[in-house]
Design a protein around this ligand. Structure first.
Ligand code: AMP
Ligand code: ZN
Length: 114
């Protein structure tokens, strides 16, 4: 997708601070962190929202969640714990329409999402 910010990050056209990468997924620090650790995990393939995930994407979703484990270990938040969030569409707070998962941690998180 030519004009998608996260596709541009995946291609390296926009710089990001890579936390973890393999051939299927990329994890990078959020530019506007909401917690001491705030990492965005994206599939390199463009999928717009969670609603666009189809059965053929099952491996991709597995790759994303495997990357979450890597990110948690790399950031040292695996033992104390962390939160994962996927925002979907406007009322879910989705701003960038390339599927992504937020990894939040590094402090005791409050129930601030409702
Ligand atoms: P969402 O509201 O779920 O669509 O989340 C989009 C997230 O992407 C927000 O937390 C933004 O701070 C983050 N973001 C936007 N642009 C960039 C960027 N260039 N590099 C890193 N994170 C970004
Ligand atoms: Zn994209």
């Amino acid at each position: 997708m030519k004009d998608c910010i996260f596709c541009k990050i995946a291609r390296g056209d926009i710089p990001s601070n890579t936390v973890y990468e393999n051939d299927k997924v990329l994890a990078f620090d959020d530019i506007n962190p909401m917690a001491p650790v705030h990492v965005i995990v994206i599939p390199k393939k463009h999928v717009a929202t969670l609603l666009d995930v189809i059965p053929e994407h099952v491996d991709m979703m597995g790759d994303i969640f495997s990357a979450v484990t890597e990110v948690a270990r790399i950031k040292g938040i695996d033992e104390k714990g962390f939160r994962t969030v996927i925002n979907c569409n406007e009322e879910g707070g989705q701003v960038i329409f390339h599927l992504h998962l937020h990894v939040l941690g590094g402090k005791k998180l409050q129930d601030e999402l409702a």
